[in-house]
Design a protein around this ligand. Structure first.
Ligand code: CUA
Length: 146
């Protein structure tokens, strides 16, 4: 191996180290985490519903289907965690809660989850962000934070 190859190889390995450290720092500082494992009591579902937990927080089971979300309107308490579970009854959809970092994919046969906390009262549109057919743009639901 000649000197130029050794330099390039050393630079490449060093760069990988820099990327790894940057990734770890970003994950730590921005609290980036992989999606959690689902609790064992959460099974695939085909009907949307809302559960109220003993502490007053909500657990929303969204079902995306052409071309709506079930449930359509959900009230949540400001400052309390809201667990969102998402499934689809037909094709792949997306779920984005406007003005938050909640962004999930609804994939056939799978359940995706995220815990959202809204700190400001208001009406938050929930939209589909994955093209899912001719009325994709009509897929909207609402979270009302009080
Ligand atoms: Cu559902 Cu786009």
């Amino acid at each position: 191996m000649d000197r130029a190859e050794k330099i390039v190889l050393g630079f490449s390995v060093g760069l990988l180290g820099v990327f790894f450290v940057a990734l770890m720092l970003a994950a730590r500082l921005a609290s980036i985490d992989v999606p959690p494992c689902l609790p064992p009591e959460i099974k695939p579902f085909s009907e949307g519903r809302v559960d109220t937990l003993p502490d007053g927080s909500r657990r929303i089971f969204y079902v995306a289907r052409m071309w709506r979300f079930e449930p359509e309107i959900v009230e949540v308490a400001v400052g309390k965690p809201t667990e969102i579970f998402l499934s689809t009854a037909d094709v792949t959809h997306g779920l984005y809660v406007s003005w938050t970092n909640t962004n999930l994919m609804a994939i056939p046969g799978a359940v995706n989850a995220y815990t959202l906390r809204i700190d400001k009262p208001g009406v938050y549109p929930v939209i589909c962000h994955e093209y899912c057919g001719s009325a994709h743009q009509n897929m909207v639901a609402y979270i009302v934070a009080k």
